[in-house]
Write a protein that binds this ligand. Sequence first.
Ligand code: PXG
Ligand code: PLP
Length: 447
Amino acid sequence: MNDISDRRNAGLKNRPDLDAYWMPFTANRQFKADPRLLVAAKGMHYETEDGRRILDGASGLWCVNAGHGREEIAAAVGQQLLTLDYAPSFQMGHPLAFDFATALAKIAPDGLDRIFFTNSGSESVDTALKIALAYHRARGEGQRTRLIGREKGYHGVGFGGISVGGLVNNRRAFLTLPGAEHIGHTHDLARNAFSKGQPAHGAERADDLERLIALHGAETIAAVIVEPVAGSAGVLPPPVGYLERLRELCTRHGILLIFDEVITGFGRLGAPFAAQFFGVTPDIMTTAKGVTNGAFPMGAVFVGRHVHDAMMQGPGGAIELFHGYTYSGHPAACAAGLATLEIYRREALLTRAAEFAPGFEAAVHGLRDCPNVIDIRNLGLMAAVELSPREGAPGARGYEALNRAMRAGALIRYTGDTIALSPPLIATPDELLELVGVVRGVLNEIA
Ligand code: PXG
Ligand code: PLP
């Protein structure tokens, strides 16, 4: 049975064979013993295989910013696949890729108006790191090869991304690039627990970059990459003044600053991008997820005009960047992206989070008195509730929260013992309160 509605109607009786699919970032044996299957989605809700409606408190995986089942996106993709399903991306073009890049450039932070297309956040990150290296080389500074990330950072799963990434489980079993180093993270419960919005303490953690500069020499450093708000690590907004300080240090030392906006991009904070929200402009910005509302795999790297132009040198017939993907600027992805941007524009979704952030903040911080809560963090329409780990079983409370929330009718994210909320930007105030209410019930049940 292939038809999704048939499968939905058949419910549990029609459960697929679970063995062949090796699931990503999942405890496969645990999942397959007690699977959680979603079969349909519309607006703010998923539907499970047993026909229950689940409020989406996570925008899928931080990507379905305009809510589920948007007909304009489906129609645009279907139409495009029948008009031009695929066009070679190397040495050939098609109109939609140019149109979509132009449309993205119009909402981009100042000067970041040259767009390189990828298929995911991981590819966007690897692309940005490679552009940084190639840029310095093109300017005669090929000795700038070090790439600096931050502890607790998540930059996807490519070899570049895990090298600058700072989540140890994502690195342990693998090789990482030589020359990748890390500045310290900003998670500081002692000084900042229960901060509303940006924490007051920790701008000086940016000065950690000076330690690496003193150790290696700025002339060996190509780029610094950070998430403006760390997402996967459990929603860590930057301390007041921190991003400004990083920007200033990078500028002073000729180091490119890369913001990884795979989660913060496309309205999560109440501005199109975190760069605009914070008023700090990086040299390169990586995006994915919300670029197509999660409906089609795609990523986009926003490159500063100065970086791009420095590489448009040499003989006219020379390829300026030996990099790209079979599916860079895929016609259907561009169609999905253009339809997504139109929805964002028409419904003013890229600034909507600003309107609802204060109410969401108040509601989420109302969970402070629930059992085991040791911190609550928030910015825009993203928030985290950190629980103390159960004695001898770190992560157990987080996993229990996911399962209990599913049973209570809401999808949340968890990482370790931190629960993360990032509802679609179409959420009504009542739906935001409902989501927080489910979390309250769940927290009160967890021993
Ligand atoms: N950079 C950042 C900042 C991300 O958040 C990626 C890169 C990689 O994107 P792709 O498309 O290759 O997955 C991400 C992705 C979670 C979670 O809930 C976060 C992500 C993906 C899946 C789960 O922690 N972020
Ligand atoms: N592996 C092989 C053998 C290939 O031919 C290609 C692309 O032509 C790739 C990997 C890269 O695939 P993609 O361009 O989809 O990233």
